[in-house]
Design a protein around this ligand. Structure first.
Ligand SMILES: *Cc1c(COP(=O)(O)O)cnc(C)c1O
Ligand SMILES: [Zn+2]
Length: 421
C-alpha cells in the first residue's frame, strides 16, 4: 500500500505541475494540483495527498519558519505572517518527574495566532489564491477559525467560519471576530459543522480549509521537520517518540508524511522515524478505539465531551492517513481523563509553558504511557503542545490559583500574606 513507511518514491504522472500533483491514497488516481478545486478523489471519494517528483533532504532547507521548507511544499512562497520556528523547550522537572531520558516541548502556541493551524493556513490560503477563489470557509473547534480569519484577511479574501455554539473558547472567537470573519454559530457539534461546510464547498459556495484539504497538511509537515532539526542541533539524535493531541488527526497524518518523505529521499532511516503517539480525551476517543481494536477505520462517535474543546471531535477525517502512521512508526494511541489533562496543564505552567487544555493532553498521555510501561525510561520524547494558554482563559483561570481580594493598604496586605499561603 502507498502509505507504507518504506514505499518507493512515487513516479510523476503526466499531469504533474512544477513537480507536484495530487494522488488518492485509496485508488492512486492522480490530478494536476491547481487545475480545479478538489478535496477528495473523483473516482472513489478517498482522501487526497500532495506528491512530489523530487523530495528534499535536510541540506536543501534554508531560511526561517515554514518557508524554510519550501522544497518540501507545493509552492515557493505563501501568504505569510511569520509562522513556524516555534520553541523546542526543555522541561527538566517534568522530564525527571515523568521519568524519561529527554523531554522536549514543541510549543506550537507560539505561532502568530497561537496555534499550529497557522502552518497549514500559510500554504492553504496561498493555494486558494492560486485557484482564484473568492470565499474561504472552515468548520472549527476554534483555532482553525482564528487562523483562517487572520490569513484570509492577510490575503484580502472573505472568510466564513462555522463554530459549534457555546463550545468554542473565548480567545478563539475573539480572534476570528476581530480579523473580520463571518462567524456562524451552529446549533450542533464540530462534526455537524464540518458536514455543513463540506456541503457548502461541494456546491462551490466556498473553498474548504479544514484539514481535509491536502495542502494544509503540507504546511503542518514542517512541525515534524523542525522537531527533527531541533533535536539534531541540540542533542545530535532524533527523538524516539513524538506525542501529540489528536482531533481530526491532521497533524498525525502530516508528521507521518514528513517522515515518510524523508525516508523516500534517503535522508532518514526507517528505524530513525519517531514513534507517533496520539492522545485523545476519554470523552472523544474514536482514534484510540480504532488503534486498540487494530481497525483500519474509525467508528464515528456521535456524542463527544471534554473540556479540551479543541479536540472535541467524534469523526476524525484524516484517520485513513493517520492510522497507517501510528502503525508504521510503531506508535500507539491513548485516552486521558479531563482531570489528567488539567494536571498536565498545571505541570507545564509550573515550568513556564502556558498551553490550552487540548495541548496538555500530550503530556498527560505521556505520563500515562510511561506509568503503564509502554514508554521506556530511556526514551527521548517530544511532546507537541498545540495551542497557547490565552486561547482558553476560562480553563486557565479554573485550573489556576484564585485571586485574593485585599484592601489598598500595606498593613492589610501584609496581614493577609501572613494569615494565608
Ligand atoms: C486543531 C487542534 C488540535 C487537533 O489537531 P488535529 O490535527 O485535528 O488532530 C489539537 N490541539 C489544538 C490546540 C488544536 O487547535
Ligand atoms: Zn480514489
Amino acid at each position: 500500500m502507498s502509505l507504507d513507511l518504506a514505499s518507493a518514491p512515487p513516479t510523476p504522472p503526466p499531469d504533474a505541475e512544477n513537480g507536484s500533483w495530487l494522488a488518492c491514497i485509496e485508488c492512486g488516481e492522480t490530478h494536476a494540483p491547481f487545475d480545479a478545486i478538489r478535496y477528495r478523489c473523483d473516482d472513489c471519494d478517498g482522501l487526497l495527498e500532495v506528491r512530489y517528483a523530487d523530495l528534499p533532504t535536510f541540506e536543501d532547507f534554508s531560511g526561517r519558519g515554514v518557508w524554510r521548507y519550501a522544497d518540501a511544499l507545493p509552492l515557493e512562497a505563501g501568504v505569510t505572517i511569520s509562522e513556524g520556528d516555534t520553541p523546542l523547550y526543555r522541561a527538566p522537572r517534568l522530564e525527571s518527574d515523568i521519568g524519561v531520558e529527554t523531554l522536549r516541548i514543541k510549543h506550537e502556541g507560539m505561532n502568530p495566532t497561537g496555534s499550529f493551524k497557522d502552518r497549514g493556513m500559510t500554504v492553504g490560503v496561498a493555494v486558494a489564491r492560486e485557484l482564484g477563489v473568492d470565499r474561504l470557509a472552515c468548520a472549527s473547534t476554534g483555532n482553525t477559525s482564528a487562523a483562517l480569519a487572520a490569513y484570509g484577511s492577510r490575503a484580502g479574501v472573505e472568510t466564513l467560519v462555522l463554530l459549534p455554539a457555546g463550545k468554542v473558547a473565548a480567545g478563539k472567537v475573539a480572534q476570528a471576530s476581530l480579523h473580520g470573519a463571518r462567524i456562524l454559530e451552529v446549533d450542533g457539534n464540530f462534526d455537524a459543522c464540518l458536514d455543513v461546510v463540506q456541503s457548502l464547498a461541494a456546491g462551490g459556495e466556498a473553498y474548504l480549509l479544514n484539514s481535509l484539504n491536502p495542502f494544509r497538511l503540507e504546511g503542518q509537515k514542517t512541525i515534524g521537520l523542525e522537531i527533527l532539526e531541533g533535536f539534531r542541533a541540540d542533542d545530535g539524535a532524533h527523538p524516539d517518540r513524538i506525542v501529540l493531541p489528536v482531533g481530526n488527526a491532521g497533524n498525525t497524518a502530516a508528521l507521518y508524511k514528513a517522515f515518510r518523505e524523508l525516508v523516500q529521499a534517503g535522508a532518514l532511516a526507517v528505524d530513525e522515524v519517531p514513534k507517533l503517539t496520539g492522545v485523545q480525551a476519554a470523552g472523544a476517543a474514536p482514534m484510540v478505539e480504532a488503534v486498540e481494536n487494530g481497525a483500519d477505520a474509525v467508528r464515528r462517535w456521535d456524542d463527544v465531551e471534554t473540556r479540551a474543546t479543541a479536540i472535541r471531535i467524534g469523526n476524525p477525517v484524516n484517520a485513513p492517513k493517520a492510522l497507517p502512521g501510528i502503525r508504521e512508526t510503531g506508535g500507539t494511541a491513548v485516552a486521558v481523563a479531563d482531570e489528567e489533562i488539567t494536571t498536565a496543564q498545571r505541570d507545564l505552567a509550573s515550568e513556564g509553558i502556558g498551553v490550552e487544555p487540548a495541548s496538555a493532553a500530550s503530556v498527560a498521555g505521556l505520563r500515562k504511557l510511561r506509568a503503564d510501561g509502554v514508554v521506556g525510561a530511556d526514551e527521548r520524547v517530544a511532546c507537541l503542545t498545540t495551542g497557547h494558554l490565552l486561547k482558553d482563559p476560562d480553563a486557565a483561570a479554573a485550573a489556576g490559583r484564585d485571586p485574593e481580594p485585599v484592601s489598598a493598604a500595606v498593613d492589610d496586605v501584609l496581614a493577609h500574606l501572613e494569615s494565608t499561603e
